[in-house]
Design a protein around this ligand. Structure first.
Ligand code: DX5
Ligand code: ZN
Length: 217
């Protein structure tokens, strides 16, 4: 079954704890947390202090998406804050292999995210070391952007590459997911769908919006 990862980027930060609880009660499989540094991407969001602050609000795994440059400097901070999966961007470090080792040493899962224009060939030499690949279907930086449909073949190719590798790697698709396109992404091979605005700024309650995505699959 495809997992749903609500992205708190579009949640009401004044009531973050209740948004997380509602997502958990609404059937979310994990909480996606977008960390932006105003450098790798132009937007700035939250850091380890806030993540640690809401860690005990829910039992769901924290899926932390680092959109920051030089992530190697901050791995231990985000592990201490309570990350269960830590994803770094392939474009954000000259030492992707080293960063992944740093994450794995802390006994949590490691993910690698690829911007829309980054080819999947950059994963070739790290497939045996990672637990998740994140295919971005928007250019990272902001919630509420349009799903880039031309990336769908890349989702398919990534799924193929994972199968071929024989490693146990989950495929996450992040950006612009809504009930309208969730099936397209899932059929292309997504194991996990991230959705921010469709869940926290959608028409219904958080629970109804998660159900709408699941119902569309
Ligand atoms: C984009 C973030 C996404 C985004 C998803 O930079 O990585 O996780 O918040 O939000 P929506 O679903 O609104 O595109
Ligand atoms: Zn994200």
């Amino acid at each position: 079954m495809v997992k749903i990862a609500p992205s708190i980027l579009s949640a009401d930060f004044g009531n973050l704890a209740s948004a997380l609880k509602e997502a958990e009660q609404g059937g979310a499989d994990m909480i996606h947390i977008d960390v932006m540094d105003g450098n790798f991407v132009s937007n700035i969001t939250i850091g380890p202090v806030v993540i640690a602050g809401v860690r005990n609000v829910t039992k769901l795994p924290f899926d932390v998406h680092l959109m920051i440059n030089n992530p190697e400097k901050y791995i231990s901070d985000y592990v201490k804050a309570g990350s269960d999966i830590l994803t770094v961007h392939a474009e954000a470090s000259d030492h992707l292999h080293g960063v992944i080792q740093k994450i794995k040493k802390q006994d949590i899962k490691a993910g690698v995210a690829l911007n829309p224009s980054t080819p999947i060939s950059v994963l070739e030499n790290v497939m045996g070391d990672i637990d998740m690949v994140v295919i971005m279907t928007v250019n990272p930086g902001f919630g509420g952007q349009k799903f880039i449909e031309s990336i769908v073949p890349k989702i398919r190719d990534t799924k193929e590459a994972i199968k071929k590798s024989g490693f146990n790697i989950e495929l996450q698709v992040d950006g612009g997911i809504s009930p309208k396109n969730a099936k397209i992404a899932a059929d292309a091979g997504a194991d996990i769908l991230v959705a921010g605005s469709a869940i926290f700024k959608g028409e219904g309650t958080i629970k109804e919006n998660i159900a709408a995505i699941k119902g569309a699959l």
